[in-house]
Design a protein around this ligand. Structure first.
Ligand code: 5AD
Ligand code: SF4
Length: 491
């Protein structure tokens, strides 16, 4: 693991933790920061729940299914409480359910939303203080639990005498803080994430994110660039800029701590990261069509390290549904952005997210989504059945489309998209693309590669010129599948 660790890191600590992550790339990257923080606090990461003193779940609540997973996990391992293990719930379910988690899973000791991760060291301190006060951890589960909560940074003197401590970090939407840490435990030594903006102010009718991740707050572009340079110095060559809506990035230059005066737009920041010496690929996700400016395409045209791939979630092809979803754009405006991309110097691969079965979606609305797929020609689409979520505006709408009908629309959509991809991927046969080597699939005797367009291109290479993982090599595609290409390295 190559990370930005400090010297304080303790490797032979006897405090151990297990962390499982659910959900999106933001969660994956948050976990890298949480792991870095825990290691800096003297914890050692272990691979199994059984080996761990502290069991953490970084959770996702974007759809109901994702949310249920964590409660199943907690139920599965409840028995381990008798061995003195502690359980913590982090992330979106933590923020959304808050202290209700203690009722549903009384063996949980720590509930912490993403806006409070910067307080983790303090929360761990409280947890440990209580831990140490329990003479025999194995007896702990037999002591009746005391229902009290320790919130944020007000230390409760009763903590040390309580057996089942309950610590919450549930900063609300109004926090201005980003989770900036120098202790990020990146697991991939070649490509890594950098968060540029946290939270979301869009309030799409179906979406729980503005409630679980709080309001939009951007990091200074200088701080992002410093992290990019540090990563390049450590040998990283690919950077992915992250945010729920990277296009609404607003450089808070001039803020106390910002320490400089030049503000950069998102497109300028993207270009500046692409120009960091040593960086060969820059990606960004996720974009919102409303805030997606033409300057982003101009930056992709001007800076060759910016990857020729844009993920631009459309959600629906029907203006009526887009309006009900409060997406703040029309189909025509969306297609205007697609036209910018299609006019770019390099062919830009376009991918999207689509929700089927939003309340009130008619057969005609759905047909418009299908026609939009044809019109755009996506290289990949993530498809979802609408799932009503707590706090969201669309919760007030009747979720009247039966699950079987949502499932049917999903299948039709996926089948149509599959046909589109079969045709699109075929066009790459015979074409040479540069791939980053991501690994080796021994069973298939193939190397795993990824193109700048974010397509998987698995390939063979003659033994003497076997490529190194993390290197960039030219590969000629020789066959195509709906989701990937196969080829041979050009030597
Ligand atoms: N139901 C179904 N899909 C959803 N998404 C977000 N919220 C919901 C919901 N309530 C999808 C959107 C978003 C992606 C990350 O998840 O398509 O772009
Ligand atoms: Fe959710 Fe909409 Fe914000 Fe994306 S832009 S995180 S879908 S509210």
């Amino acid at each position: 693991m190559k990370g930005l660790y400090s010297k304080n890191m303790s490797v032979d600590s006897n405090k151990t933790f297990y962390l499982e992550t659910f959900g999106c790339q933001m969660n994956v990257h948050d976990s890298e920061k949480v792991i870095g923080t825990l290691v800096h606090e003297g914890y050692r990461q272990v691979e199994t729940v059984e080996q761990a003193d502290l069991i953490l779940y970084n959770t996702c609540s974007i759809r109901d299914k994702a949310e249920q997973k964590v409660f199943h996990r907690l139920a599965d391992y409840k028995k381990l409480l008798a061995q003195g293990k502690k359980f913590g719930v982090l992330g979106c379910v933590a923020q959304q359910e808050g202290e209700k988690i203690f009722e549903r899973a009384p063996h949980v000791s720590l509930v912490c939303g993403s806006a409070s991760y910067r307080k983790l060291p303090e929360m761990l301190f409280e947890l440990e203080k209580n831990w140490a006060a329990v003479p025999n951890r194995a007896e702990e589960s037999q002591v009746p639990s005391s229902e009290f909560t320790h919130s944020g940074n007000t230390r409760n003197p009763r903590l040390a005498t309580q057996s089942l401590v309950r610590i919450t970090g549930l900063d609300d939407r109004e926090t201005d803080e980003c989770f900036e840490t120098e202790f990020t435990a990146r697991t991939n030594p070649h490509r890594g994430y950098i968060t540029i903006i946290e939270g979301c102010d869009k309030f799409c009718a179906y979406c729980v994110v503005p409630f679980t991740r709080g309001k939009e707050r951007s990091r200074t572009s200088e701080s992002v660039l410093a992290e990019a340079r540090q990563m390049a110095d450590l040998g990283y060559t690919e950077i992915q800029l992250l945010g729920q809506n990277v296009n609404s990035y607003k450089d808070p230059a001039g803020k106390p701590g910002g320490g400089f005066s030049r503000k950069r737009t998102f497109a300028e920041l993207l270009a500046a990261v692409g120009e960091v010496p040593g960086i060969r690929r820059v990606r960004f996700t996720t974009s919102h069509p409303r805030d997606f400016g033409r300057d982003i395409i101009e930056a992709i045209d001007a800076v060759p390290t910016l990857c020729d791939h844009v993920h631009l979630p459309v959600q629906s092809g029907s203006d009526r549904v887009l309006n009900a979803m409060q997406r703040l754009y029309t189909r025509e405006q969306y297609m205007e952005r697609i036209a910018w991309m299609k006019a770019a110097k390099r062919e830009i691969s376009i991918t999207s997210d689509v929700i089927v079965g939003f309340p009130g979606e008619t057969e005609e609305d759905f047909a418009e989504t299908l026609s939009l797929l044809d019109e755009v020609g996506y290289d990949s689409v993530f498809t979802f059945k609408y799932s009503p979520r707590p706090n969201t505006p669309s919760l007030a709408l009747e979720d009247a489309i039966p699950d079987e009908e949502k499932a049917r629309r999903l299948e039709v959509l996926m089948a149509r998209q599959r046909e589109i991809q079969i045709a699109r991927y075929k066009k790459y046969i015979g074409i040479i693309s540069e791939v980053m080597v991501e690994g080796r699939n021994e069973s298939r005797a193939q190397w795993i590669g990824r193109t700048s367009q974010n397509k998987t291109l698995n390939f063979t290479a003659p033994e003497p010129s076997a490529p190194k993982v993390g290197s960039y090599v030219p590969v000629r595609a020789t066959a195509s599948f709906p989701n990937s290409l196969v080829g041979e390295m050009v030597v």
